[in-house]
Design a protein around this ligand. Structure first.
Ligand code: ZN
Ligand code: ZN
Ligand code: FE
Length: 759
């Protein structure tokens, strides 16, 4: 006969639980408190630098039940990595309490990214009877700023930029009440005790209603700098051509697309054709900028994304955004900075730097400790393709398949990010910017110091790009010359996509981008890299052309076109756009440089081949932002097998050469025959996709590898990515593409980290 378990008489045990993951600042302790008390368990819960510790005293069966329920139903924003249990001796406790945070210098905890305002907070903000009615800093344990206000860990108010605000009695009682949604919500605040907003021109603008006044300014065509979560935005009405033109002129930004914020999903539907994956992404808690197809009925001004078929759209994510934008509103919301400098984040900086860009500043007094730009994501083959991984994602780690010692990888130059890793956690930084000036280098230094402080990882190894002139490489040499490893750029790209898939077996990697420093001192960018993480090597490449005049060939695609035509033995026919775009004198100098190699460097860059084709097809002759020519070429059409061009694949013992000569000749022939640029674009995209498949098949016969990895900035091109992936899968390859970090240099640091474990 089975005996009945009686809780009254069951022996009391005590266990210590250790919970790791994103468990701080997400309402974890109140959930634990409520669960423990509902199961009549005594003990305590608290934060420390390693995560959350819980001590439970009661019948063993109740403790088991507790663990089951906690894992099955954690707070919405929590992410439990592991729960470990250890038996202790009972202490005769009868109550469950929440204890003070403990600081422990040896452990790593995770810090939550900044979060969009939750529905509960929004409902309160819109309730005239609520004490936080229309309060722009409303938040709770389920929402609000985290990463950008946290100076150190554990995540506790004194270690945040909210430390300077003393909570009023009401706020404090919410903060202290384990049953309240604001229990230990570190940024908790209200109109009586918390941050506030105001408008400034030369001095504070005296207005009763800052939100209404700002709406009026925008409606009148002004540019307003609005302080947000990770920095300032420049805002104007996206339907006011004059306002958009003024913003472009002041930012000296001629063509680079501006992102917009639309008041709500219904408003987005009026300007864009959305796929369901794009809708989900727009509404996701990360609230990224999503690159979507602008609809023909869109009434946004053309100057927002010239030459692009896509526009970057995001939904409001702070309470202030929800107050500012009303249904139907679409505002340009672009990072407030000068060209390549980091986003402005302090009021002092805003007054000094933004007064020329914006007519009015909308300021607040909650400090931003570290900057964090908006993230940018695109959908490719139904999956997320990060273009910029920043707010909402950083500093959530990427998990490594292979453990590494404490390591800092400093990334590349453009779209810079870095990565701090220890064990299997790889903490990718927020987007830093283009490392071309001291301001960005300062922001980089500050961001590294912040992450080292948050995660208490003191790097034993530092990894940098092989390029001797990258500021990031020089920075690493200056600070860590005693522990520095240099890694080749295109190896790092391939390792990056392998790392995010936890793939350690050999791959055939296509590392296609604009520029990377090669082993031989030339500029690489059309590389076929074969091997596993321990041994990657160059097994193929694009045929070379000369970068005539170095950087000038990057900024002026027509020079690259002349160079590729020359390499292919095609005359500079007067009907070809790169010829008509250049003067006879310039062509004479270019011809001389091509003949002598003077002031020129060899390149295998696939990005430059896209530039050359865009120029020959008459799409783009000069660029004002990185990748512009390729983006405009992609915008014209879909990969079209009908009449597609063909690369020659030349194999010798050393490497496989993808010779672009026949493609360049065919493009020039089509242009001369009056074939439209959209058709040329389709045929070219199809040709690149086809040669990837052909090269992969060739190398599969040689190396017996069945997995292909696609990385490098060229694979931001969704037309190419989807077409190559499809072709590779049709002939039986497994294909690795980016889903967690960008294929561009923003994802490079992850690959650098992955290569540290090399045997
Ligand atoms: Zn909330
Ligand atoms: Zn208050
Ligand atoms: Fe690159």
């Amino acid at each position: 006969m089975a005996s009945q378990v009686n809780d009254e008489t069951a022996p009391v045990t005590r266990q210590r639980l250790r919970v790791t993951g994103v468990v701080q600042g997400v309402g974890f302790r109140p959930t634990v408190y409520q669960l423990a008390t509902s199961l009549d368990l005594a003990g305590c819960v608290g934060n420390d630098s390693a995560g959350v510790f819980i001590e439970l005293e009661g019948p063993a069966a109740a403790i088991d039940e507790f663990v089951l329920r906690l894992q099955a139903d954690p707070p919405p924003l929590a992410h439990i990595d592991s729960v470990t249990r250890r038996v202790m001796s009972p202490q005769g406790e009868t109550k469950f309490v929440i204890v003070e945070s403990r600081s422990d210098s040896s452990a790593t905890t995770l810090v939550s990214p900044d979060l969009e305002v939750c529905d509960d907070c929004l409902a309160e903000m819109n309730d005239p009877d609520d004490r936080r009615y229309r309060y722009p800093f409303i938040n709770c344990t389920n929402c609000g700023p985290r990463f950008t206000i946290t100076k150190s860990t554990p995540y506790d108010r004194p270690f945040t930029t909210m430390a300077s605000f003393v909570m009023c009695e009401l706020c404090q009682s919410e903060y202290d009440d384990p049953a309240d949604r604001r229990f230990h919500a570190q940024p908790n605040a209200c109109p009586d005790c918390g941050p506030r907003i105001w408008l400034e021109r030369d001095a504070v603008v005296p207005v009763d209603d800052v939100v209404a006044a700002t709406r009026d300014l925008i409606a009148n065509g002004e540019v307003v700098a609005i302080k947000g979560i990770g920095g300032f935005h420049l805002a104007c009405d996206a339907r006011n051509a004059e306002a958009v033109a003024i913003m472009r002129a002041r930012k000296h930004r001629t063509a680079k697309p501006f992102a917009v914020m639309a008041a709500d999903m219904a408003t987005v539907e009026t300007i864009a054709n959305l796929a369901s994956a794009e809708r989900d992404l727009l509404k996701s808690p990360q609230r990224p900028i999503v690159l979507v197809e602008e609809s023909t009925g869109s009434d946004l001004v053309a100057g927002i994304a010239p030459g692009n078929s896509r526009i970057g759209v995001m939904l409001p994510y702070t309470p202030l955004h929800h107050l500012l934008l009303e249904p139907g509103d679409v505002w340009v919301m672009t990072s407030a900075n000068y060209a390549s400098e980091p986003i402005v984040k302090s009021n002092r900086e805003a007054r000094a730097k933004l007064s020329e860009l914006a007519d009015t500043l909308l300021l607040h007094d909650r400090s931003i400790h570290v900057h964090c730009d908006d993230s940018v994501v695109r959908i490719a083959a139904g999956e997320e393709l990060p273009i910029r991984r920043s707010r909402g994602f950083a500093p959530f780690p990427v998990r490594l398949a292979r453990s590494v010692p404490p390591t800092l990888a400093v990334g590349g130059e453009l779209k810079a990010t870095f990565c701090l890793a220890d064990g299997t956690n790889a903490f990718m930084s927020q987007h830093i910017g283009d490392m071309e000036n001291l301001e960005t280098l300062d922001a980089f230094t500050a961001a590294v110091a912040h992450m080292v402080e948050l995660f208490r990882i003191e790097p034993e190894t530092v990894v940098a790009d092989l390029h001797p002139r990258y500021l990031s490489t020089r920075w690493a040499q200056e600070h860590y010359s005693d522990r520095l490893i240099l890694v080749q750029h295109h190896h790092a790209h391939i390792a990056s996509v392998m790392a995010e898939h936890g793939h350690t077996d050999p791959v055939i990697g296509f590392s296609f981008d604009g520029t990377g420093y090669g082993d031989d001192g030339t500029i690489w960018g059309g590389e076929v890299i074969v091997g596993d993480l321990d041994d990657l090597h160059r097994a193929g490449r694009l045929g070379t052309a000369l970068l005539v005049g170095g950087d000038a060939a990057v900024k002026r695609p027509y020079r690259m076109a002349l160079s590729h035509l020359w390499a292919a033995g095609i005359g500079w026919d007067e009907r070809l756009p790169p010829v008509t775009h250049s003067s006879e004198e310039e062509r004479r100098i270019i011809r001389q440089q091509l003949e002598t190699g003077l002031n020129s460097v060899e390149t295998t860059s696939m990005g430059r081949l896209f530039d050359a084709v865009a120029s020959i097809a008459g799409v783009c002759q000069e660029i004002s932002y990185e990748g512009q020519a390729a983006i405009e070429l992609e915008a014209l059409g879909t990969a079209d097998a009908e009449g597609r061009y063909r690369f020659d694949l030349i194999s010798d013992d050393e490497a496989l050469i993808i010779d672009p000569g026949a493609v360049v000749a065919a493009v020039a022939g089509d242009v001369a025959a009056g074939v439209p640029a959209s058709v040329i674009s389709g045929r070219f995209h199809a040709a690149v996709a086809a040669v990837i498949v052909a090269a992969a098949e060739h190398l599969r016969r040689r190396y017996h590898i069945g997995t292909v990895a696609l990385s490098g900035g060229v694979f931001q091109n969704v037309t190419l990515l989807e077409s190559a992936k499809k072709g590779l899968e049709e002939v039986g390859f497994a294909v690795l593409t980016h889903r967690l970090v960008p294929p561009n240099d923003g994802g490079l640091a992850l690959g650098q980290i992955a290569l540290v474990g090399r045997r």
